[in-house]
Design a protein around this ligand. Structure first.
Ligand code: NAP
Length: 294
């Protein structure tokens, strides 16, 4: 069998760790990143580098995309030097970026028109799970095509959850992120309340960790940020704000309101507007503390 030629686009916090895991598994890989500086270390690791998405598509037959949002996807897919310009029936596109269900539907139809096979495959897990190849892959689309790529997909994660037809995997991803956003705000708001009541916030984590009912790995992943008041990004605030907006937009289409999510969107926007877009989403603790000052 001819080994697949893999393309990976988007070497941000998640993408650079995921692409390295594909490389480590011995696959032949070509990377693309808008800011070329981020590709330098991949050259040293033995990957090829493409200068444009179109060039990457010409050199590969399975392409992963892991970019910020819909605008980024449009740029790399539909731009004059985009993937669609080099579309052939030999290409499979696997999108792992978190985008909206509506756009995922549009993308799947455009791929169909261009005869590109398409797998919708957002991921659950953050920077650490990406580095340790322990992401949970939420896969949607043709089951046979997903099975064909199972071994390759599992170079980045520990399991695959099949969600059904397009755009179900992306819809599932938003449902999971709704929980992540509210766990985060619960931790941050509780810590701010503790400080105000002159309780050491570390005691909250002690109680949660000692309780069989409340122990949760996610709490411990965010513990240092909250206690040290330092927010290096594992998941940037701007990306969760984007996801909250997708949840609100998609639920409005279906005539559903998400009042708590809407409230959280306002809080994250307030944080975003005070220059915290690129910090970890736990930075909302600072916005909560200074709510009436900022
Ligand atoms: P990130 O660090 O901000 O990286 C974003 C990537 O997208 C960079 O490679 C960036 O290129 C690229 N990009 C942005 N706009 C572009 C454009 N117009 N054209 C081409 N490339 C563009 O984000 P991340 O944390 O890796 O997240 C990537 C995606 O995964 C997002 O959809 C996010 O919501 C989702 N996600 C994140 C996490 C997490 O915990 N971090 C977990 C699960 C899913 P440059 O380097 O040139 O800016």
């Amino acid at each position: 069998m001819i080994p697949p030629r893999i393309g990976f686009m988007g070497l941000g916090i998640m993408g650079q760790a995921m692409a390295k895991n594909i490389l480590k598994a011995g696959y032949n890989i070509t990377v693309y990143n808008r800011n070329r500086l981020k590709t330098t270390e991949f050259l040293d690791l033995g990957a090829d580098v493409a200068i444009t998405p179109k060039e990457l598509a010409k050199r590969t037959n399975i392409i992963f995309t892991m970019v910020t949002d819909i605008a980024a996807m449009r740029d790399i897919m539909e731009g004059p030097l985009g993937i669609f310009e080099a579309a052939t029936s030999k290409l499979t596109l696997i999108n792992m970026s978190t985008i909206s269900p509506s756009y995922t539907k549009e993308l799947s139809l455009n791929c169909l028109k261009k005869r590109i096979k398409f797998i919708d495959c957002p991921v659950s897990g953050s920077k650490l799970q990406a580095q340790e190849a322990k992401l949970i892959l939420l896969a949607g689309g043709d089951k046979e095509e997903i099975e064909k790529n199972r071994k390759l997909l599992l170079t980045m994660g520990s399991s695959i959850v099949y969600a059904g037809k397009h755009p179900n995997a992306t819809a599932l991803k938003l449902c999971v992120n709704l929980i992540v956003s509210q766990l985060t705000s619960a931790l941050c708001e509780s810590s701010v309340l503790a400080e105000t009541l002159e309780i050491d916030p570390e005691l909250i984590f002690e109680v949660l960790n000692k309780s069989d009912a409340l122990r949760c790995n996610y709490f411990n992943l965010k513990k240092q940020n909250i206690l040290q008041k330092d927010y290096p990004p594992a998941f940037a605030l701007k990306n969760m704000l984007k996801d909250l907006r997708f949840m609100i937009e998609e639920s409005k289409i279906k005539k559903l309101r998400l009042p708590i999510t809407e409230c959280l969107e306002k809080l994250m926007l307030k944080s975003y507007n005070t220059g915290k877009a690129n910090e970890d989403l736990t930075v909302i603790a600072e916005t909560l503390k200074n709510y009436y000052k900022e």
